[in-house]
Design a protein around this ligand. Structure first.
Ligand SMILES: [Zn+2]
Length: 274
């Protein structure tokens, strides 16, 4: 069953043709879509979208940059955020995590990291209360000069340190881009899943990401578009949409040498999508 486990159909890029885009996906074999919240507004819109379409489910979550933007004030919003959780179509908390990439090229400060960590942890506690799986967003600092890279900037290790304190929760590492040795650490644990997006199709065939994909058992792999972003080859550069999740599945099938028909059944169980 082909599922787009990570879409942002509430994005304004779909305002002109949202319904057609959704219809196109379902008519072409996509069975379920999970629309992802990445702030208070988008969580609200995700719930509304899921309430409207039978086969759209959703997550609610506050993206790590949300806590940098609103600072301490963002913690007052947590109550408003929790009030959204009554919909039966909510299947996960996310996307939540740590994002150390600053768009103006500067290095993230320790205070900014602390804000993100606090916001992340609060939402994990909420996921635990609701017994919901968590969709993780994780991005390292990628400073312009590689020489400026410091181990301490490694968001992946910091996310792992925090999620390790929640052994009962299920985690999906969204648009996964961890190194091979880091992936090996995650595979020891039963409660981690990995979702791949269109950016895997941008890589040269010898890229480390393909060793990572080979290493992960197929039962732990999910597919996503992260639309409207990250359109896979051959649609790269265009607006992405759930229909294109098939190209991500094909690529993973190619890498693992499995017919993509067989891989397309997938992890509906993690989210209880039926
Ligand atoms: Zn996303």
């Amino acid at each position: 069953m082909l599922i787009d486990t990570h879409a942002h159909l509430d994005d304004k890029q779909f305002d002109a043709d949202r319904d057609e885009t959704i219809r196109r996906a379902f008519e072409s074999g996509v069975k379920r879509i999970i629309n992802i919240g990445a702030g208070l507004g988008s969580s609200r819109r995700s719930v509304a979208l899921a309430e409207k379409y039978e086969n759209i489910f959703c997550s609610i979550g506050l993206h790590p940059h949300y806590f940098m933007e609103y600072g301490e004030k963002s913690f007052d919003k947590i109550l408003e955020f929790k009030a959204l959780a009554s919909s039966k179509k909510i299947v996960a908390i996310g996307e939540v995590g740590l994002d150390y990439f600053i768009h103006d090229g500067s290095l993230i400060t320790e205070a900014q990291k602390d804000l993100q960590k606090k916001g992340f942890t609060l939402q994990l506690e909420f996921a635990k209360e609701l017994k919901l799986p968590v969709i993780l967003h994780c991005r390292g600092s990628q400073p312009i000069a590689p020489s400026a890279y410091r181990e301490a900037d490694d968001a992946y290790e910091d996310v792992l340190a925090i999620v390790s304190r929640f052994p009962d929760l299920t985690f999906v590492w969204h648009s996964f881009g961890g190194r091979l040795n880091f992936t090996e650490k995650l595979l020891i644990r039963k409660n981690y899943f990995f979702s791949f997006s269109g950016n895997i199709t941008y890589n040269k065939s010898n890229a480390e990401i393909f060793s990572v994909i080979k290493k992960i058992p197929i039962e732990k792999i999910m597919f996503e578009t992260d639309c409207p972003y990250l359109a896979p080859v051959p649609m790269r550069g265009k607006r992405n949409e759930p229909l294109f999740v098939k190209y991500v599945a094909q690529k993973v099938g190619e890498v693992k040498n499995i017919d993509s028909k067989h891989l397309a059944k997938m992890v509906a169980d993690v989210f209880y999508l039926g």
